[in-house]
Design a protein around this ligand. Structure first.
Ligand SMILES: [Fe+2]
Length: 434
């Protein structure tokens, strides 16, 4: 299950709960209002779109995040709470098999009811009840309620990111190429920075969450890991650099690809990253602001692990392991082109303490399979299904993207997707051996 750890104000030393009722209520409200603000640019017709099974309709995200609070907090801890609708437990359960059989993921776009208006009323009921619960829950239950409510806030932030990621995909298939927002700023002018290699001595490194603040259970236990010397690229791979791979016939040359990757590229007819399209000899990108000309200095984004790996082989380099990435990232404060920067799109690297762009812009594919750290055990009960049961067949991505909330990301954060997935804001950082 999730951890809520703090260094002071502990009400329960065993659980390490450090948050007050007022501050948790304020955090809850702030997170919920952000979800609603992200919805505002949508037209009513946009809320139900599901262009492929991996994406969810905006309406579903808004309801499912409320379902999480209703299921794990209100039904469990608020005496007399009456669920908004008896079928919502089924409709908006994502994957918690211990709660019941979830409604089929691929069919979420078929749910014209509840309407958008009903979903917002569902959210309002949950908000009122959560305010009551956080103010009134008995002291003996507070540590568990605080832990679950904190997890619920982080869960909603995860879905805020998915909300934007999924809208981009849902809009991209429309020939009208609608903009989610037409007021997004263009990338700052500049030619980016030259790629350099940041030398790392290696050695025995402590990896994993250090216990300060919130982390998901998959970020621990903190443990030692041995690293041989390596060098990390000073910035992400750019569109211009990736274009060279493409122009060199990279997508046709099997020698650069893993067998599964080459097969996926053939079957799915990949010729370029997702959202690239060529018009009159010019490359264009679909963005949350609509179609834009390809900026060669921006980080390449929306590539699969297979494409990232093939690009690295073509470059005679490799992708970093997640340990190599974290050993460097844990020495930096979290800053970068994250959601609050307002671009909602990767931007060219600007000078700074290298490596730059570790946080934000694009999630960085690593060469590491998503697997439990030594000593990891998922918690018993339905909330134990949050992360642990997905630890097979996926790769770890690090660092967050231009649609990740700043307070949601940290050096130990482990995201995970299947190697052929491209709809996430996923990019490439190279590594070299020493
Ligand atoms: Fe979820």
């Amino acid at each position: 299950m999730m951890l809520v750890r703090g260094r002071s104000q502990s009400r329960d030393s065993a659980r390490g709960i450090s948050v007050s009722r007022d501050s948790l209520a304020a955090r809850y409200t702030a997170v919920r209002r952000v979800s609603e603000a992200l919805s505002r640019p949508l037209a009513p017709d946009d809320y139900g779109l599901q262009a492929m099974p991996d994406v969810s309709p905006a309406k579903w995200h808004l309801a499912h995040t409320s379902w999480f609070f209703e299921t794990f907090l209100l039904k469990a801890f608020l005496p007399g709470y009456r669920p908004f609708h008896p079928q919502f437990e089924h409709l908006f359960n994502s994957y918690y098999d211990q709660i019941g059989v979830p409604f089929a993921r691929a069919s979420r776009g078929l749910l014209s009811r509840p309407t958008v208006e009903e979903v917002f009323r569902y959210r309002a009921q949950v908000d009122v009840a959560m305010a009551t619960l956080l103010a009134s829950v008995e002291e003996q239950h507070w540590p568990e309620v605080a832990a679950r409510a904190t997890l619920g806030c982080h869960h909603e932030e995860q879905h805020q990111e998915l909300f934007l990621t999924d809208i981009k995909y849902n809009f991209a298939i429309n020939p009208l190429k609608p903009a989610y927002r037409d007021d997004l700023p263009a990338a700052p002018a500049g030619a980016g920075t030259a790629l350099r290699w940041v030398e790392q001595a290696g050695g025995i490194m402590e990896i994993g969450h250090d216990g300060a603040g919130f982390a998901f259970d998959n970020e621990g236990p903190r443990h030692r890991s041995l690293l041989v010397p390596y060098a990390l690229a000073s910035r992400l791979v750019t569109n211009g650099e990736y274009l060279e791979f493409l122009m060199a016939g990279g997508y046709e040359r099997s020698e650069y690809w893993l067998a599964d990757g080459f097969r996926a590229a053939r079957e799915r007819r990949w010729q370029a990253p997702l959202y690239w399209e060529k018009s009159d000899g010019r490359w264009l990108l679909f963005t949350l602001a609509g179609i834009r000309p390809l900026n060669e200095h921006e980080p390449v984004c929306h590539v699969s692990f297979y494409e990232a790996d093939a690009y690295a082989r073509w470059s005679d380099k490799r992708l970093p392991t997640e340990v190599e990435w974290e050993a460097v990232a844990q020495q930096q404060r979290v800053h970068g082109n994250l959601r609050e920067s307002g671009y909602l799109h990767p931007v060219p690297a600007s000078p700074g303490a290298e490596p730059v762009q570790l946080f934000g812009d694009a999630w960085e594919w690593t060469a590491s399979p998503y697997a439990p750290y030594p000593g990891y055990r998922s918690a018993p009960g339905a909330l134990g299904e949050y992360n642990g049961k997905f630890m097979v067949n996926q790769l770890v991505l690090r660092g967050g993207s231009c649609v990740t909330p700043t307070e949601h990301i940290r050096a130990s954060y482990r995201n995970f997707f299947y190697p052929a997935d491209r709809w996430q804001f996923s990019g490439i950082r190279l590594t070299d051996d020493r």
